[in-house]
Ligand binder design. Structure first.
Ligand code: C2O
Length: 562
């Protein structure tokens, strides 16, 4: 384990026995965690303000569990902000009550109140993560979820000697809620972040951050697994290690066909497991993360660093920086993503829906709306099929379960109102965007194909889309306008990557397929927090099935009231 990456108290026992996990028989266990939401002074740069944390830790504690376990996380909110926690990528079968997005599946946990997230981890193993799911609080409230395979089930790749979590983040010196207010008043994006971080630490390239560098110690000749999470709010990131290639073996807690690369691309919300062999001449090597942005949009382009340190090498040795792709290297991004393929082995098959019951086509648009209370009288906004999603006052899942009328509509359109040349000449026209809390109703167990199409409305930009409650297969992607005739025949229905968050390329499209076998209300949104806030989101209301175990479970007694 690297320095500073010790296991949480509750999980230390599990960590100790991690490397002996082939011996004992498979048995599901109950894992309990206590999350205290506290404001704490965690200085990282000069003049940093106190931040919201879990248990005073930053990043927060790692949840360790095994496939098949039941996990209870009691969250007690001691901060002055409302809180909710999302377990990003956990499928939460029939159990949206534990999913966490505020006003979608629950009302927030108010100051002084508690809520226990109670969930089973079924049919998933790998790296996922958890984060606050209310406004921008996830900037500091996040941590890793490590799901080990069932006892006796090895990884489908060489067993690593040790492992380390590598959580990439974005740091602001300010209270992030104040930032959101600033953005809302301006009608423009608030200030970009002040640093990127690796395991909460920016590394020595920032002022007042010399002490705040994550280091991972390695032994010559051994193989390590890095569990990389992009917890940044708004930045897709490249990540590389000087002198060392990485072998990608898993994305979003799904095994992939291994491939070796010098750098990875990881969008907010995504996770990537890589194997790294410590076979270079013993020394100190920088790991580094920096944004990918191929649209004319300003981002925090600073580089976060951490150190891969061979055992016995003194700290006085100066590390070298890795070669990262250029910030606007679209070609690298497209070719990297094209290498991602599901493992699709007999044990871990890719069950891609081959026929589609429901075809959906959603356009992604940015725009400008009038805003009498904003400084310039206008504000930036975002929409799917010309609809800017308005957050309800109570959870959609409650409204759905208890049949409370007037909270949302289920008439979200399957395609945009008027087709146009989505990625042609830049358009600034506001194409009649409307506000609404509108979701799409999906029949239980039907197969869905959704094409997400980026547009030139205001600006083409890459958007990482995340669907709650499901994994999906990324069956196709391309630049320009999706062509149903010629693009569909090229879909990969054999071993497409399976994930929970996918980047829609700048001025391009992505096609995903999933089987709607998880009843409930499931949020889908751009995982750039800026765009989520502007309304780039909607929800799927997946109906109950007729079978005994095919309906939404009853809500827990301590579900927070609104
Ligand atoms: Cu990781 Cu709805 O988010």
């Amino acid at each position: 384990m690297g320095k500073g990456n010790k296991c949480g108290l509750a999980s230390s026992l599990l960590c100790l026995c991690f490397f002996g996990f082939f011996s004992a028989p498979a048995k599901a266990a109950l894992k309990k965690y206590q999350f205290d939401i506290q404001v704490k002074n965690i200085s990282r740069l000069c003049h940093a303000k106190p931040i919201v944390t879990v248990n005073g830790m930053f990043p927060g504690p790692t949840i360790y569990a095994r496939e098949g376990d039941r996990v209870l996380v009691n969250v007690t909110n001691h901060a002055k902000y409302n809180m909710s926690i999302h377990w990003h990528g956990l499928k939460q079968y029939r159990n949206g009550w534990a999913d966490g997005p505020a006003y979608i599946t629950q009302c927030p946990i108010k100051t002084g109140k508690s809520y226990t997230y109670d969930f089973n981890i079924t049919g998933q193993r790998g790296t996922l993560w958890w984060h606050a799911h209310i406004f921008w609080l996830r900037a500091t409230v996040y941590g890793a979820i490590v799901i080990l395979p069932k006892q006796g089930t090895p990884f489908p790749f060489p067993q690593p000697y040790r492992e380390s979590n590598i959580i990439l983040g974005e740091w602001w010196n300010n209270d992030v809620e104040a930032l959101v207010k600033q953005g809302n008043q301006l009608g423009l994006p608030p200030n970009t972040s002040d640093a990127h971080t690796i395991n909460g630490k920016p590394g020595p390239l920032f002022a007042c951050s010399e002490k705040h560098t994550f280091a991972m110690e390695v032994e010559q000749g051994k193989t390590y697994i890095l569990r990389i999470v992009n917890a940044a709010l708004n930045d897709e990131l490249f990540f590389a290690i000087a002198g060392h290639n990485m072998t990608v073996v898993e994305i979003d807690a799904v095994y992939t066909k291994p491939f070796t690369t010098q750098a990875i691309l990881i969008a907010p919300g995504q996770t990537t497991n890589v194997l790294v062999q410590a076979t270079q001449s013993p020394g100190r090597y920088f790991m580094a993360a920096r944004p990918f942005m191929d649209a004319p949009i300003s981002v925090d382009n600073r580089t976060a660093t951490a150190i891969l340190q061979y055992k016995g090498i003194p700290n006085s040795v100066l590390p070298v920086l890795p070669q990262l792709p250029a910030p606007n290297d679209t070609a690298f991004a497209l070719s990297y993503n094209a290498k991602l393929k599901s493992l699709n082995s007999p044990l871990f098959p890719a069950n891609v829906p081959s026929k589609v019951d429901r075809h959906l086509f959603y356009t992604i648009g940015l725009g400008i709306n009038s805003c009498p209370t904003c400084l310039n009288g206008t504000r930036l906004t975002a929409s799917l099929n010309n609809i800017t999603f308005v957050m309800p006052q109570i959870g959609l899942l409650q409204a759905h379960y208890f049949n409370i009328k007037g909270v949302f509509r289920t008439d979200f359109p399957d395609r945009p109102p008027t087709p146009f040349n989505y990625t042609g000449a830049p358009l600034t026209a506001n194409l009649g965007t409307t506000l609404g809390t509108r979701a799409s109703k999906i029949a239980f167990n039907s197969t869905v194909e959704l094409v997400l199409q980026d547009t030139n409305l205001l600006a083409a930009e890459s958007h990482p889309f995340h669907l709650h409650g499901y994994n999906f297969f990324v069956v196709g992607t391309g630049v320009g306008n999706f062509d149903p005739k010629n693009d569909t025949v090229k879909f990969n229905l054999v071993d497409p990557p399976e994930r929970n968050t996918v980047g829609v390329p700048t001025g391009g499209w992505v096609a995903i397929r999933f089987r709607a076998d998880n009843p409930g209300v499931w949020f889908m949104h751009c995982h750039l927090e800026l765009h989520t806030g502007w309304g780039l989101k909607t929800a799927f209301v997946v109906e109950n099935g007729k079978g005994r175990d095919q309906s939404v479970l009853p809500p827990p007694k301590d579900l927070p009231p609104c």
